[in-house]
Design a protein around this ligand. Structure first.
Ligand code: CP
Length: 338
């Protein structure tokens, strides 16, 4: 079976991703079609969601298809993801059977499975997503695990729309700042990993701003970004200096994440993160930029990660990015099975 999954944008060429974004932009103008007629997507949510769940379900319907939302807390059997284990714990069903059976009913399977936040060396294997990709007989879509490729696509689409509208050209050569922000809890690094990689892939000059060395992202994603930025003639800057990062930025992307060296031992990490509430995206920092577009994947704690004044300013494209999840996921589903 000639089948391709949508697990990470690193698996796809920039041209292939751009083709999906172009298709998404066309569908933003003409929303309804029959490209997914008689197609069904199973959406498996092991974690909460507002945008992803709604946009995939609505997107499938708008193209004549159907979505089935599954959640272990909502009636599904608890699943086992390890191979070769004696299943005498809580899990009633192995992913092998779940993936194979869902493949008999559905044409695609979407997976949301966040890290367990106990051991990064385990979480970085992305076992649940990879198990579905291994055992399913239909394309699998990453709806956020340790990366969030659908969010990346919606972000790039929103940047292209806004820079074009403002007569500021394409993304190549734009300074892209991914800034860590304070949050009371250690969050997933998925969106941060994704933001860094997609900025590099689409020709921007990525800067990673974080309070200390502890908050630098996993080497896998920094190295992928360095590779793609290098191919476009750029480097990746990692800095802990707010002013240096914001100066002349064309894009500011805000996200909070937990420091990887403290995975499973979060108490000392809290002591560090609590010292850096000043990383909030505010008007003074934005004044240092080149009239930068600013965004966040949402959900976002206002006046913790970003001030109301910045979030509600014309430079903030977060609502467009959120809307674009709908359009770009339709394009992804079409590209996989349409
Ligand atoms: N950005 C995003 O994935 O939103 P949800 O967690 O609400 O799906």
């Amino acid at each position: 079976m000639d089948m391709k999954h949508f697990l990470n944008t690193a698996d796809w060429s920039r041209d292939a991703l751009q083709a999906m974004i172009d298709d998404a932009r066309a569908m933003k103008s003409a929303r309804f079609g029959d490209d997914l007629k008689n197609k069904t997507v199973a959406l498996l949510f092991l974690n909460n969601s507002l945008r992803t769940r709604t946009s995939f379900d609505v997107g499938a319907q708008e193209l004549g298809g159907h979505a089935v939302v599954l959640s272990p807390s909502g009636g599904m059997w608890p699943l086992e993801f390890e191979d070769g284990v004696v299943m005498d714990g809580d899990a009633e069903e192995h992913v092998k059977e779940a993936a194979k059976v869902l493949s008999r009913y559905c044409d695609m399977i979407g997976i949301r499975a966040f890290p367990k936040f106990l051991d990064w060396q385990e979480d970085r294997k992305d076992k649940i997503l990879n198990a579905f990709a291994k055992y399913a007989d239909v394309p699998v879509i990453n709806m956020e695990t340790i990366t969030h490729p659908c969010q990346e696509m919606a972000h790039v689409m929103a940047l292209q729309e806004h820079f074009e509208k403002a007569g500021r050209g394409g993304l190549d050569g734009k300074k892209f700042v991914l800034t860590w922000t304070y949050h009371p809890k250690p969050l997933n690094t998925a969106v941060a990993n994704s933001a860094l990689m997609i900025a590099a892939k689409f020709g921007m000059k990525p800067t990673l701003l974080c309070p200390t060395e502890d908050f630098v992202l996993d080497d896998r994603y920094v190295e992928q970004a360095c590779k793609d930025a290098g191919a476009n003639g750029h480097g990746v800057t990692i800095t802990h200096e707010i002013k240096e990062a914001y100066e002349d930025a064309d894009v500011v992307y805000a996200k909070s994440w937990g420091a990887i060296p403290f995975f499973g031992n979060w108490e000392p990490e809290k002591g560090i993160r609590d010292r850096f509430k000043n990383f909030i995206v505010d008007e003074n920092k934005m004044a240092l930029t080149n009239d930068a577009l600013v965004s966040h994947c949402l959900p976002m704690r206002r006046n913790v990660k970003m001030t109301d004044a910045v979030f509600d300013s014309p430079n903030c494209i977060a609502y467009d990015e959120a809307e674009n999840r709908l359009h770009v996921q339709k394009a992804i589903m079409k590209a996989l099975v349409g």
